[in-house]
Design a protein around this ligand. Structure first.
Ligand SMILES: [Zn+2]
Ligand SMILES: [Zn+2]
Length: 266
């Protein structure tokens, strides 16, 4: 009886998360090519043949790039909200009716030994969701692409043991970035954009206080953040709140282009 959780890719350049349990495995998002995601799985010693479904958070290309091909190649269904289906349909190509599953935020369902709870996230997409998964006495969650840490998100994550949490950017680096147009900057900084390091750190403190044991910071911006900045900001906030990092709660950064931090809960 064990649960395996690991990011395969994490960042504005592409996202995919592996979740394995006793009765099969799930992938959350496929924002790199199908080939890259399969390779990353094999490199981490994870078997693509065990994957029984692909769950999508929202239609942005860093989450769906290889989704259609992966579904067709592995013959697995895709789970997404109606809004996400409408947003990604053209980009991912044909998916048979059998492999097309519509889910609703707030309505849980059972899949491959997991109870899956999709929850609404504040992000500029069509009905985007994060996910919390329950497996035996464990629970893990994927919570990235958050314009802010809303009450809905906080409620959904309360008491989760392992959380992949967004720590997207340093606002000063973003504001000073000469390559980003003003509109893009205000989109990212907006209430439906992405969570900054500071806001991620505040969320991390809240999560640790609610019972989280492992925090994995992910979806870092390539240009407007560094793993070190993200780590230091959250580490400082947790320490200031009285949490001992490494004892009360572990803190790690999800790697951008490879499998990172394989959590194995028994
Ligand atoms: Zn997005
Ligand atoms: Zn994203």
């Amino acid at each position: 009886m064990s649960l395996t959780f690991c990011t395969l890719f994490s960042g504005s350049s592409g996202n995919a998360v592996f979740l394995g349990g006793d009765e099969g495995s799930l992938l959350i998002d496929c924002g790199m090519s199908c080939k890259q995601v399969m390779e990353a799985m094999r490199e981490a010693g994870l078997q693509p043949s065990t994957v029984s479904a692909l769950l999508i958070t929202h239609e942005h290309s860093d989450h769906v790039k290889g989704a259609g091909i992966l579904s067709r190649q592995l013959h697995i269904p895709i789970f997404a909200t109606q809004g996400t289906w409408m947003g990604m349909e053209k980009a991912i190509g044909p998916v048979s009716d059998r492999d097309r599953v519509v889910i609703t935020a707030g309505e849980s369902f059972f899949l491959s030994g997991f109870e899956v709870v999709p929850f609404s996230i504040p992000h500029d997409a069509n009905d985007p969701v994060g996910y919390r998964f329950y497996h035996k006495r464990h629970s893990v969650a994927v919570a990235t692409d958050l314009g802010h840490f809303s009450q809905t998100v906080a409620d959904a994550l309360y008491g989760t043991e392992v959380v992949l949490l967004e720590s997207n950017h340093d606002p000063d680096l973003l504001r000073r970035n000469p390559h980003y147009p003003a509109r893009l900057k205000s989109r990212i900084l907006g209430k439906k954009g992405h969570l900054s390091n500071e806001d991620g750190a505040g969320a991390a403190v809240w999560l640790a206080e609610s019972g989280a044991k492992h925090l994995l910071l992910g979806h870092l911006s390539n240009e407007n953040n560094t793993p070190d900045m993200a780590y230091r900001t959250t580490h400082a906030a947790l320490t200031a709140a009285g949490a001992r990092v490494g004892e009360d709660v572990s803190l790690h950064i999800a790697a951008r282009y490879r499998a990172s931090y394989l959590y194995q809960l028994v």
